[in-house]
Write a protein that binds this ligand. Structure first.
Ligand code: UDP
Ligand code: MG
Length: 348
């Protein structure tokens, strides 16, 4: 197992050890199967949480579907959790989960998915920048047969300094993953639960759920949604988000393209070195045959050897990667099961 994998497993272990799991209204085992679970990660959102719950309830009550609201407190140090506890007395459909320290938005969302019992899961931010009144529109699209419906903050109410990097990131993710969306960063999304629960997300990967789900053949749609300026609290992200998103774009492409056949990825990296090794070798022989200065022949042969060694090293890494994938649960052969459609011919 690689060092990063070990780290991830440890991080998960630590996270589980630090969860204060208060199913305020019902235990998951006792929970009935519902149509909808709304998952909201909250980190120091004491100012908005009460209005948020009332707006979600107002929007979803109109639809007459069975639902639950799962608020995941991601280690807030303000009154967020005590407000959630108070609200649970008024809203029987509210459930709460608290992390003892801050693990990040992705971890909070994944913890919510693990506990959700709805057939459809909707996520949104807890600061009311997303508008809960858009939830019925998302569900409508899911009912049309899509697996994931992503919100598009067409009229985004953030500073230009945030909108510009986000546009560039959206373009890069769309082009490299082939899943074209205007707004990967919009948290307001609806997922068919089967699709999202199977994905392994870590780090800051919540932005890339639609791209990750593309590995399952998920049908993704995008609809315009309302976006408000942040009225309550402050953003939890700073300038360094740009670098995290860039490294995540690289990681997501590796996962999508090569996680089920790493040898292919490493071989592609080794290919230029193989070509260079051949080229230097050719020059070395030319130098010997044509009697160029002796230093040149050794120089080219040394270059050829170095390039050849690098190529072999990369290929050996690829072989090791294949062995890791084969002996772990990283293989994606089970993924098509999530979105498969079967036709049975009645031959009787
Ligand atoms: N959030 C979280 N953990 C974190 C950072 C953010 O649960 O470590 C939550 C936050 O409370 C909010 C959502 O994730 O509900 C989006 O965060 P924010 O509004 O700060 O992001 P922005 O809109 O600025 O991109
Ligand atoms: Mg926000």
């Amino acid at each position: 197992m690689s060092f990063t994998n070990l780290q991830l497993k440890n991080e998960n272990f630590v996270k589980h050890a630090c969860q204060e799991e208060v199913f305020l209204n019902h235990e998951p085992e006792a929970a009935p199967s519902l149509y909808l679970s709304i998952v909201v990660p909250l980190y120091n959102e004491e100012e908005s949480v009460e209005i948020l719950v009332s707006k979600i309830a107002e929007a979803v009550d109109k639809m007459a579907v069975s639902y639950e609201i799962i608020l995941v407190d991601d280690g807030s140090v303000d009154r967020t959790w005590s407000i959630i506890e108070e609200l649970a007395g008024f809203y029987p459909k509210l459930r709460g989960l608290k992390f003892r320290r801050n693990f990040g938005q992705t971890s909070a969302m994944v913890a919510g998915f693990e506990r959700a019992v709805g057939k459809v899961i909707v996520t949104l931010d807890g600061d009311l920048q997303n508008d809960p009144s858009d939830i019925p529109k998302l569900l409508n699209k899911i009912e049309q047969g899509y697996d994931i419906v992503s919100g598009w903050r067409k009229d985004r109410q953030d500073n230009f300094s945030r909108v510009l990097p986000s546009r560039i990131a959206n373009y890069m993710i769309s082009v490299t993953t082939g899943v074209r969306l205007h707004d990967y960063g919009c948290s307001l999304k609806a997922y068919r639960a089967d699709c999202i629960k199977q994905l392994k997300a870590y780090g800051e990967m919540h932005r890339f759920f639609p791209a990750l789900a593309s590995m399952t053949g998920a049908q993704v749609a995008e609809i315009e949604t309302v976006h408000h300026p942040r009225k309550y609290g402050v953003s939890k992200y700073g300038f360094n988000r740009i670098f995290k998103v860039l490294s995540d774009i690289f990681a997501i492409n590796l996962i999508i393209r090569f996680s089920s056949n790493p040898l292919k990825g490493f071989f592609l990296c080794a290919l230029p070195f193989i070509l260079m090794a051949g080229f230097f070798c050719f020059l070395g022989f030319l130098a010997l045959i044509l009697g160029w200065t002796p230093g040149k022949a050794s120089f080219f042969m040394l270059g050829s050897g170095l390039c050849g060694f690098t190529a072999v090293y990369l290929i050996v890494l690829g072989v090791l990667g294949e062995l890791v994938v084969n002996s772990s649960d990283l293989t994606h052969t089970h993924l098509p099961e999530i979105t498969k459609k079967e036709i049975y011919m009645d031959k009787s």
